[in-house]
Design a protein around this ligand. Structure first.
Ligand code: SAM
Ligand code: SF4
Length: 474
């Protein structure tokens, strides 16, 4: 694993492309209605926005302007992305950490937090518990510590894929962990990971230094900023970026995220697969600085603006947010949410009905069980999906393929969402959720045009219901 001393392995595109003077300049403007209309029209044509154009959306703060942005995001979501929501669960592997991030309960100076790293048997037990809930996609989360090196992560990934209970199987394992060097990324790629996620936390240099210190691994701004460029060069072309909202001006962070996406697109021809926008939450032993608190209205604006700015990237909304906010924000084009989430170590087997703050990284806002989240999604008109087909068939990297190829969603995404939903209903759902799900499948089938694909889909749904066959993806 890379130590502070040997961080010489930067990417060929490594440079600090966050030009604060320019970003602040862009934020120092007003937006008139005509300008706003033009930018929204560009988004609706599914064109990624330039930084200047995102800045137009960020400056739009009159009530009608904000409503126009919300309406556009909702429409883009409906027309372009359909009503699928992909579900996943985070799995915390270890909370040993050598960093001292001011906002995180796992920081090394927090002596009151219970430190733990799952051993093989414990990891297996967590995965079995997740499979019994019906999960198919996980993100493994690690603190930054020499023992959590690339080999260790790869071993965990192999173990997760090898764990099965009943019809259960984890079909996609993503990672959220510290930046690696090229060799490290090659090792985790080889283990079959999906997305490698690294959040820059804040793109503002002074704030970055203030909350991370300069004598920690994480305190090296450029090493982190360059982290996913190295991943791309090492063959991990499926990466997720993110900012922790509440550390600095939310509008600046939105521009930082967009600039980061442009950098990857420019140098590697592939933008980030996903964007995350966690909001700062209370955490054990953490005194939150409220200066840059992002309120609910601002949060909704930032999600809608991200949607309009990067029409092709997935947006991830986590259980940090309470159910009411999740419901509202989802309509702006969120593509993935976690559900049934427990973030304390071994929380899927040992967690009670409440969270234990001394064992987890921060307090979450949505602790509903997966079955309840599924039912609410179905009632709200979504198709909850556990689909993992693209990544398993090598349809990655050019992730916008699903928008570029005519009929992709209708021929592949919707059928795959429906077969994975059907698996969930047959194998794991409560009677009420099963009923709501069957109704949704019926309604979606009515909408699909007759033809070969629909016939195949009907056949597969029948096989899932009547036999032991599973994992029938297109
Ligand atoms: N240790 C790795 C790292 O820092 O990159 C893994 C990430 S950490 C376990 C996952 C993410 O949680 C962090 O990147 C940060 O954005 C977020 N996080 C940390 N403390 C938080 C808090 N108090 N509220 C909300 N999110 C928080
Ligand atoms: Fe460690 Fe990550 Fe928490 Fe920072 S955010 S203290 S690196 S676990």
């Amino acid at each position: 694993m890379t130590s502070i001393a040997d961080k010489t392995d930067f990417s060929t595109s490594a440079n600090d492309f966050i030009d604060e003077g320019r970003l602040h300049g862009l934020l120092d403007r007003k937006t008139d209605d005509a300008e706003l209309r033009d930018v929204i029209a560009k988004s609706m044509a599914k064109e990624p926005l330039a930084l200047e154009e995102t800045a137009v959306l960020l400056a739009a703060d009159a009530l009608e302007q904000v409503e126009a942005i919300f309406d556009a995001a909702r429409q883009l979501k409906r027309d372009v992305y359909g009503n699928r929501i992909v579900l996943f669960a985070p799995l915390y592997i270890g909370n040993e950490c050598t960093n001292d991030c001011a906002y995180c309960a796992f920081r090394r100076s927090n002596k009151d937090v219970v430190r733990r790293t799952l051993d093989e048997a414990e990891l297996r037990a967590q995965v079995e518990a997740l499979e019994k809930m019906g999960h198919k996609r996980l993100i493994l989360v690690f603190g930054e510590h020499p023992r959590y090196n690339a080999e260790f992560m790869a071993k965990c990934v192999h173990q997760v894929y090898a764990t099965h209970v009943g019809h259960g199987a984890i079909r996609r394992v993503n990672i959220n962990a510290a930046p690696l060097d090229h060799a490290g990324y090659r090792i985790v790629k080889e283990a079959g990971i999906g997305t490698y996620q690294i959040f820059q936390e804040t793109y503002h240099h002074d704030t970055f230094a203030k909350v991370h210190g300069t004598n920690t691994r994480k305190g090296d701004y450029l090493w982190r900023l360059d982290g996913l460029a190295r991943a791309m060069e090492a063959g991990c072309d499926d990466v997720g970026i993110g900012a922790l909202f509440g550390l600095y001006d939310w509008r600046f962070e939105v521009l930082g995220l967009i600039a980061h996406g442009h950098h990857l697109q420019k140098h590697y021809n592939v933008g980030p697969h996903t964007l995350s926008f966690p909001r700062l939450r209370p955490a054990h032993g953490v005194k939150l600085d409220e200066t840059y608190h992002v309120n609910d209205d601002e949060f909704k604006r930032l999600v809608a603006i991200l949607r309009l700015s990067v029409p092709y990237a997935g947006l991830i909304l986590t259980a940090r947010e309470p159910p009411e906010i999740r419901r509202e924000v989802m309509a702006f084009g969120v593509s993935q949410i976690d559900a049934g989430t427990r973030i304390e170590l071994a929380g899927y087997t040992e967690g009670g009905s409440d969270q234990s703050m001394d064992r987890e990284q921060f307090h979450i806002g949505d602790i509903r069980p997966l079955d309840e989240v599924m039912r609410d999604l179905l009632t709200d008109g979504y198709i909850p999906s556990f689909c993992t087909a693209c990544y398993r068939l090598g349809r990655t990297g050019e992730h916008f393929m699903e928008f570029a190829i005519p009929g992709f969603i209708q021929n592949l995404c919707t059928p795959n969402a429906l077969t994975t939903l059907c698996e969930y209903l047959v194998d794991y759902a409560s009677p009420e959720t099963r009923q709501a799900g069957q109704k949704r499948i019926h309604e979606e089938l009515e909408r699909l045009p007759d033809g070969k694909r629909k016939t195949e889909l009907l056949d597969r749904l029948k096989r899932i219901e009547e036999t032991e066959e599973r994992d029938l993806y297109f």
